[in-house]
Write a protein that binds this ligand. Structure first.
Ligand code: FAD
Length: 396
C-alpha cells in the first residue's frame, strides 16, 4: 500500500543504536522538530547493534574518541534517569567492571603515551606492570605480556537493550518509526528534499540523517557519493571454562583478541584482519568455519592458560561498518551540494560505546550546523575528501 506523502523536519535513515540515539536527542531537544526514523527491519535481525559485545571504554589515542567515550559512559551510567518516564524501558545492564589492555614489549611505549593522554583528559587509567598484573589478574599469564592499562570506570552494556532503550526514548518524546526500506533520495540543486521508500512512499524532509550502519554506502550512492565504508563480518563466541577464573574486566590484547565475562561464561573473539569486505550469510561454511578452533582458541589459551579447558557454546556474527580510510567515524555532511544530508558512520567497532555522544552530536549538527559539545571537526568528511587518515595509534 502506498502511503500518502509525508513531511518531517528530520528524517533519519536507519534506526539502529546510532540512528535511534540521534532521534532521541532530536525529539527531546524541545525545538518542536518532527522526527521520523525509517527502519527497514524492526526485528533488527541483520543490524549490527544487537550483535555487538557492548564494550564501553575510554582507552583511545585520539582525544575526540576519548571525549566521546567519557560522555557516553556517563550517559549509560545514568541511563534510567535520562529515560525517566519512558514506558517499557529495557534494562541496559551496565556493568562497570573495567577494561584492560595488555601488550608485549613492542607495544609498551604506545600504551604509555595513550595512558598519558587519557589521564590528562581526566580518565582514571592505570598502568600495571607485569608483577601488578599477575597480582590483580592471576589468570592472565602469557609470557610476553609486559604491561597493561586498566580503566576501572569502563564496562559494558547489553547493546540490544541499549538500542531499544534509545528507540523507546525517542518515541516517548514524539519521534515516529516508519517500517520501510529507503531506495532513493530526491534532491534539488542545493539540498536533499525527500526520501523514497521501496513501496513508493515519498517522505519530505528538511534534514536527512544517514545512519544506515553497514548499508550507509548504499544510501550515499543514492546522491552520488562514495563513502569508504564497507560491511566487514565480525564473529563472536560464547564459551564456558572448566576452571574458576577470577572476576575479569573486558580484556584486549595487542593482536585484537578480546573477551569479557558473560553470565557463567565468557564472550569474545578476535576480528580477522584479512577477510574481504562484504556481507556474509553463513559462518559455518567458508572462511569462518573453523575460525574459533584454529585462530581464537589458541590465542585465548596462550593468554589465559585456564582457557585450554573450555567448551564453546555458541558463535554469532554481525557486520562492522568499517571505515577503510582510518577505522574512525565520519560525521557531518558528505554529499557535495547537499549540506542538509548528514551522517555518522564508519564506527568500525565503536558504535555502541559512542552512540549517546554521537546521537547528541548529530542533533547539534541538525540544530546548529556542527557538533558543539565536542569538537569533532577532525572526524568530518573533509579528511576523506583530502585522503588524510586520522587513525587510532596502538588501538585495534
Ligand atoms: C561482533 C561485533 C562486536 C562488536 N563489539 C562492540 C563493542 O564491544 N563496543 C562497541 O561500541 N561496538 C561494538 N561493535 C560495533 C557496534 O555494534 C556498531 O558500531 C553499532 O552497532 C553501529 O550501530 P548503527 O546504528 O550505526 O548500525 P546498525 O545497528 O546496523 O543499524 C543500521 C540500521 O539501518 C537499517 N537500514 C539499512 N539500510 C536501510 C534502508 N535502505 N532503509 C531503511 N533502513 C535501513 C538497518 O536495518 C539497521 O537496523 C561490535 C560489532 C560487532 C559485529
Amino acid at each position: 500500500m502506498v502511503r500518502e506523502a509525508l513531511k518531517y523536519s528530520v528524517v533519519v535513515i536507519g534506526g539502529g543504536i546510532v540512528g535511534s540515539a540521534a532521534a532521541f536527542f532530536l525529539a527531546r531537544s524541545g525545538n518542536d522538530l518532527s522526527v521520523a526514523v525509517i527502519e527497514a527491519d524492526s526485528t533488527y535481525t541483520h543490524a549490527t547493534s544487537p550483535q555487538g559485545a557492548g564494550g564501553v571504554r575510554q582507552q583511545f589515542s585520539r582525544p575526540e574518541n576519548i571525549a566521546l567515550s567519557t560522555w557516553s559512559l556517563s550517559f549509560y551510567k545514568r541511563f534510567n534517569q535520562e529515560m525517566a518516564g519512558v514506558p517499557d524501558l529495557p534494562d541496559i545492564n551496565f556493568r562497570q567492571q573495567g577494561y584492560l589492555f595488555v601488550v608485549s614489549a613492542d607495544g609498551e611505549a604506545t600504551l604509555c603515551q595513550n595512558q598519558e593522554l587519557q589521564a590528562s583528559m581526566g580518565v582514571h587509567a592505570q598502568l600495571l606492570d607485569r608483577d601488578e598484573l599477575k597480582r590483580r589478574f592471576p589468570s592472565i599469564l602469557r609470557d610476553d605480556i609486559a604491561l597493561g592499562c586498566y580503566t576501572p570506570d569502563d564496562g559494558w552494556i547489553d547493546p540490544h537493550a541499549g538500542l531499544w532503550g534509545f528507540r523507546r526514548g525517542a518515541m516517548h518524546h514524539g519521534a515516529e518509526y516508519i517500517e520501510g526500506r529507503v531506495n532513493g533520495i530526491e534532491v534539488s540543486k542545493t539540498k536533499g528534499t525527500a526520501v523514497r521508500l521501496a513501496d513508493g512512499t515519498v517522505i519530505h524532509a528538511e534534514m536527512i540523517v544517514n545512519t544506515a550502519g553497514p548499508w550507509v554506502g548504499e544510501i550515499a550512492h543514492m546522491t552520488g557519493t562514495e563513502l569508504p565504508v564497507v560491511p566487514m563480518c565480525r564473529v563472536q563466541h560464547f564459551w564456558k571454562c572448566a576452571e574458576n577464573v577470577e572476576p575479569l574486566p573486558l580484556v584486549k590484547d595487542g593482536r585484537g583478541l578480546f573477551f569479557r565475562p558473560e553470565g557463567t561464561g565468557f564472550a569474545g573473539g578476535r576480528p580477522s584482519f584479512d577477510i574481504e569486505p562484504g556481507f556474509v550469510d553463513d559462518i559455518y561454511r567458508g572462511y569462518f568455519s573453523n575460525y574459533f578452533e584454529e585462530t581464537v582458541w589458541p590465542m585465548l589459551a596462550a593468554l589465559v592458560p585456564k582457557f585450554e579447558d573450555l567448551h564453546l557454546e555458541r558463535s554469532w556474527f554481525g557486520h562492522y561498518a568499517q571505515n577503510l580510510l582510518d577505522g574512525n567515524m565520519i560525521i557531518g555532511s558528505y554529499s557535495p551540494g547537499h549540506d542538509n544530508i548528514i551522517t555518522a558512520c564508519g564506527f568500525s567497532g565503536h558504535g555502541i560505546m559512542h552512540a549517546p555522544a554521537v546521537g547528541r552530536a548529530l542533533a547539534e549538527h541538525v540544530l546548529h550546523g556542527t557538533s558543539q559539545s565536542i569538537d569533532l571537526t577532525r572526524l568530518e568528511f573533509e579528511r576523506v575528501r583530502r585522503d588524510e587518515p586520522y587513525a587510532e595509534i596502538g588501538i585495534r
